[in-house]
Ligand binder design. Sequence first.
Ligand SMILES: [Zn+2]
Ligand SMILES: [Zn+2]
Length: 324
Amino acid sequence: MAPSGSRSIKRGCQRVLYWIPVLFIALIVAWSYYAYVLQLCIGKKSAVWILRGGGVIYLLVYHVVFIMFVWAYWQTIFTKPMNPLKEFHLSYSDKELLEREDRGESQQEILRRIAKDLPIYTRTNSGAIRFCDRCQLLKPDRCHHCSVCDKCILKMDHHCPWVNNCVGFSNYKFFMLFLAYSLLYCLFITATDLKYFIKFWLNGLPDTQAKFHILFLFFSASMFSVSLASLFIYHCWLVCKNRSTLEAVRAPVFRHGTDKNGFSLGFSKNFRQVFGDEVKYWPVPLFSRESVLLESEIDFVISKVSTHMYEYQFKLKVLFFYRT
Ligand SMILES: [Zn+2]
Ligand SMILES: [Zn+2]
């Protein structure tokens, strides 16, 4: 085994490397701003179109979309993923008990006893209690261990290298808005650049540096539009179905068996579970789930288990609400 010193150096290097994709995106966005605003619109030598054509409105729309896109991206990157409450962690005595048992069945017996008092309805494929060895906790429903973050993440969707963060309960809304605004950003550039892109090929543009920015802007924006559109449509489908990417790959297993629609509450509630109740906050990258957190989870619990568990879940969720 490597000494802990070299392990922490390796981990430190990995942490730096993980920021490379984010840096790459940041550089592309910074260049696109420079190319669109400074080269195409207000550059002294290369004001080839927008301002001459009186299209100041383009610049205004561009800046609104740009700000929303950067804000949503920032929120997705820097919102900490949420980890399970301490109620799901093993107590010191339970840890000792578990360590003493070497048979899987006896260990499961202990875990089942602890899980009895917790609102946990999902199981492993073999019907066992979902337990994280690494974090020493009983995994709440929809929680998964992320090997990159080395933590259990609530309602984990996936670990995204482009934001160097886990996408899950705390930032899924921001991730959706990031996809939506980045798609809008790319489509806006593609649409407004198209006319000048055609002119480029017909040699109808003045011979300035800006013409190459027009060319590369169009190529990069249209290419990103295609990949972002497919990802965005896929995630819209997931939101409608109330599934995470992980659950879409492998359906969750409940006490009563596998159920790919196990978390679905119908389109409206599924949507509100991610975006919140208040319509005015839907397009804004701010956390707005508190009000639906209780209602939707309770609906789910009522449909799946007894009233006793409903009360317990309610208590835990209130606790959860106050901690966020
Ligand atoms: Zn874990
Ligand atoms: Zn992660």
